[in-house]
Write a protein that binds this ligand. Structure first.
Ligand SMILES: *Cc1c(COP(=O)(O)O)cnc(C)c1O
Length: 355
């Protein structure tokens, strides 16, 4: 650390991303909730000579082509859509701009929320999950601070229905509620229609998981047009060219291919249920996930860390969090059927060695 860093940032602990190993092709990578399927064929078609030539120019700072295609696909007005460089950028702007009183979020959730609070000096409260690893919205009733909920939650995969999100909004109309729907396309129902009724609701989405485009860095927010105007002010006070022109074209192309999107999501849901059933036959316990991952606790006698290390020596990468409440679990991203079979085979071998 140098002497020049702003003292208020000296205690910052950055977010720890999942490993992106260089020898990726030799590994079964189930550690960062990426999509196992390639991007839509329409995405490949956008990478033309013309598109590369256009890199000479700044991208469109209004982001209107991407904004319009997202708006059209979600049947909402472009004025309710805000596009960002990954949804992490959207979350950063929200924590920076809409948490004057502070933020409240679950103790076990997406690790970046806490990092943003430290980065932007936002006071925060973390609320424990129930003993069944659920978010109980009644625990949030007394707070006036901005509530941030990942739905489905990470890394549990547990999901709240739109009626429950509505109750959370009804508890207190004077605070903002942010619903991070990074995993909503894997079987959940979005709270998006509620933006017409609630002026305090932010829906945050990403192309990284269900749209097979983690590397393109595209995210967006859906909210009332008043909020979107404020977000545009923040974006243009920070990074007006936040999405590069290739990613903008890629994003629009992906949105235009609904059949492929539906097919990929359907396969991932099927593979999730397949893995859940097969692991349950072995006595492994999984939370009721609506996401593209399962949060899995091996049979007693095998710790989360042991399961992580075992899978690793079989060249299967999963994620383990060294934290009290969830140390017994590993998070396994849902991949192809073959990848899920590899997890099951490896888990069976682990059980065998345990005799
Ligand atoms: C993956 C993830 C994000 C970030 O996605 P990017 O768009 O890739 O920045 C945000 N929230 C949650 C809960 C996630 O799991």
């Amino acid at each position: 650390m140098s002497e020049f860093l702003n003292p208020s940032l000296k205690k910052l602990t950055p977010y720890t991303p999942g490993e992106q190993p260089p020898n990726m092709d030799e590994l079964i990578k189930l550690n960062t909730n990426e999509n196992p399927f390639p991007p839509s064929q329409k995405v490949f078609e956008t990478l033309t000579k013309d598109a590369v030539n256009r890199l000479r120019l700044y991208p469109d700072p209004t982001l209107s082509s991407l904004k319009n295609s997202i708006a059209k696909s979600l049947k909402t007005a472009p004025e309710t859509v805000f596009c960002t460089n990954g949804s992490d950028e959207a979350l950063a702007l929200i924590f920076h701009g809409f948490c004057a009183k502070g933020a409240v979020f679950p103790l076990v959730t997406y690790g970046f929320y806490k990092v943003f609070c430290q980065m932007f000096d936002v006071p925060y409260t973390e609320i424990p999950l129930t003993k069944n690893y659920e978010i109980d919205i009644n625990d949030y009733a007394e707070y006036d601070q901005t509530v941030v909920i990942a739905n489905p939650n990470a890394p549990t995969g547990m999901y709240l229905k739109p009626a429950t999100i509505r109750s959370l909004l009804d508890q207190n109309p004077n605070r903002a509620v942010v619903v991070d729907e990074a995993y909503i396309d894997f079987g959940g129902e979005s709270a998006l229609p509620l933006i017409r009724e609630y002026k305090n609701l932010f829906i945050v989405r990403t192309f990284s998981k269900s749209r097979n485009l983690a590397g393109a860095r595209i995210g967006f927010v859906i909210a009332d047009s008043g909020i979107i105007q404020d977000l545009e002010t923040l974006r243009c006070s920070f990074h007006p060219y936040n999405i590069n022109s290739l990613s903008m074209a890629i994003g629009a192309a992906s949105v235009s291919d609904k059949p492929y999107f539906d097919e990929c999501c359907k396969k991932i849901i099927e593979n999730r249920e397949f893995l859940r059933e097969e692991l349950s036959k072995l006595g492994f316990y999984s939370l009721d996930s609506m996401a593209n991952f399962l949060f899995v606790k091996p049979v007693s006698g095998i710790s989360g860390k042991e399961y992580l290390d075992w899978l690793r020596q079989d060249k299967i990468l999963v994620r383990w969090f060294d934290r009290g409440e969830i140390r017994d679990f590993v998070r396994i991203t849902i991949g192809t059927r073959e990848q899920m079979e590899a997890v099951i085979t490896s888990s069976k071998r682990l059980l065998k060695t345990k005799g």
